[in-house]
Write a protein that binds this ligand. Structure first.
Ligand code: UN1
Length: 508
């Protein structure tokens, strides 16, 4: 345990909105930010945006839009180069803020800042890439262009589990393409969101291009999603909140909505798998980040021939994992984010018993030492058969809770894999190249892996899922499709008009 970090006294953070370039305190209520490893520790107090403040932020973003979209794309990109340098300068400090705020291990918090940095670097690189295509016309004197144009004001509503990288997946492409934004970070992680916005300001992004509103989902989030002058809503979070946001966004009848929601991701362990690799991949997929990635595996789907050997090693490895303070150098992962997160895990652990699972590792709340006051839980692993109606193998838990499900053959494994309402991330562990191709083509997912964990996507790929996991609008590098529209633009180089499709141009 690093005593410096654990016992150090910090000033309580005092959050502000950023609206039209002005840092503003609370007009109405406030909310608190607490350390999930030691909830008695108050980290900060933040203003709780009202609908009027959300409106002011959208008005500011709208006002900034035209000058920003007219600014050279290369110049917009250069500001991201400034931002990259500032993130590098503050990397350690940002990681420490995140670890204290959401309980993510310091090393992982650092990796997440690096992931955000990669997005910024990627966006900078795309500034000099083509923004469209030239295509041939039926009429030789015509040139046809397909050009991307920004959509306008983008609302960015982001989760606490990736409070730096996910906002940048959305803010980066949105701003580079010439949109302006209103950003609402999760109420669990307001500080890291505010630090990020402060860096945007320092990097030189003009007034009004990036606005920040702190607040509660049902208040500030709803007001933003339903605002008539928002053009795009980008959201990452749970399915329930995501479908609520989509309904609000749909009320205006013109918004694009890019949602990345829940999952019940899986690692599939085939009979020919390298079992050491399979166990390592499963431990990382299920328990890294305390199972609180949206891509975390809630299921290991394992061939019956290797089931017992795999399960025994998995349980042994999982039993040795240390869930502790994020500053503890020996920790594998930190706490759950809050009481509701812990309660949900405990609820599903109990449900597994009610659903007649065979419990292999009876984890759960960690008590008996200084972790008892925090939201700590250790791995819960159970064998469950694939049967209709079993909820624990189909519903998202978002914690260290893993079902190990036996299968007979590849067709059976695919059937099990696809029998959830979600489809986000999938890993197949096999030495057989024919086999992984079959899983690649037959499983329903957005991100697929072979001989790897089902976590750890890189930013220059699209990130999103199918079914309840997404709505066909992936983020990270894929977000450009949601925050721009493709315009068709036709130029005539002749002095007279000729029409396509053989239509007469004569006026008589
Ligand atoms: C998330 O789980 O919410 O693929 C984001 C990963 C990370 C991002 C996860 N790059 O695991």
């Amino acid at each position: 345990m690093s005593h410096v970090a654990a016992n150090a006294k910090y000033a309580v953070w005092n959050g502000r909105h950023l609206i039209a370039g002005e840092w503003r305190g609370a007009a109405a209520g406030t909310f608190e930010d607490r350390n999930p490893a030691r909830p008695a520790e108050l980290l900060g107090v933040y203003p709780r945006a009202t609908a009027a403040e959300v409106d002011a932020a959208v008005v500011a973003a709208r006002k900034a839009f035209a000058p920003w979209r007219r600014t050279s794309r290369i110049r917009r990109g250069d500001l991201f180069d400034n931002l990259a340098r500032l993130i590098q300068r503050d990397l350690d400090e940002l990681a420490a803020v995140m670890a204290r705020e959401n309980g993510k291990l310091l090393n992982e918090a650092r990796a997440e800042i690096v992931e955000g940095l990669h997005m910024v670097q990627y966006v900078f690189g795309t500034a000099r890439q083509p923004i469209g295509e030239v295509v041939a016309s039926e009429i030789e004197a015509k040139d046809l262009y397909v050009r991307r144009k920004p959509r306008g004001v983008v609302a960015v509503i982001t989760p606490w589990n990736f409070p730096f990288a996910v906002p940048l997946w959305m803010l980066g492409p949105s701003l580079l393409e010439g949109n302006t934004v209103v950003f609402k970070p999760s109420e669990e992680t307001p500080e890291i969101g505010e630090r990020l916005v402060r860096l945007f300001v320092e990097a030189g992004f003009p007034t009004g291009t990036v606005n920040l509103v702190h607040g509660i989902g049902e208040e500030a989030g709803d007001a933003l999603a339903r605002h008539e002058d928002v053009d795009v809503v980008c959201f990452t979070g749970s399915y329930d909140v995501g479908s609520h946001i989509r309904r609000l966004a749909a009320e205006s009848g013109r918004k694009t909505c890019a949602c990345e929601m829940g999952s019940k991701s899986a690692v599939i362990v085939c009979e020919d798998a390298n079992l050491d690799l399979a166990v390592q991949a499963t431990v990382l997929s299920a328990f890294k980040t305390t199972g609180q990635r949206c891509v975390s595996a809630g299921r290991a789907i394992v061939h019956e021939k290797v089931f017992d050997r795999f399960a025994a090693t998995l349980v042994e490895r999982a039993r040795g994992l240390r869930f502790a303070d994020p500053f503890d150098a020996n920790a594998f992962a930190g706490p759950l984010v809050n009481q509701a997160g812990l309660d949900k895990v405990l609820y599903y652990n109990a449900l597994a018993g009610e659903e007649r699972a065979t419990v292999l590792l009876d984890g759960g709340r960690i008590a008996g030492d200084d972790r008892a006051s925090g939201y700590f839980a250790s791995p819960f692993i159970y064998r469950q058969e694939h049967r209709p109606g079993v909820r624990t193998i189909r519903e998202e838990v978002f914690g260290p809770h893993l079902a190990v499900i036996p299968f007979r053959d590849d067709e059976h494994a695919v059937e099990i894999h696809n029998d959830t309402p979600y489809g986000l991330s999938m890993a197949v562990i096999t030495e057989d190249y024919r086999r992984w191709r079959y899983y690649r083509d037959e499983c329903e997912y957005g991100m697929g892996y072979v001989n790897l964990p089902c976590i750890g996507a890189e930013v220059h790929l699209p990130f999103g899922g199918v079914k309840r996991s997404g709505n066909g609008q992936p983020s990270a590098a894929g977000l450009v499709e949601s925050v721009t529209h493709r315009t068709a633009f036709t130029v005539n180089h002749a002095r007279e008009i000729a029409m396509a499709q053989g239509m007469s141009a004569q006026v008589k």
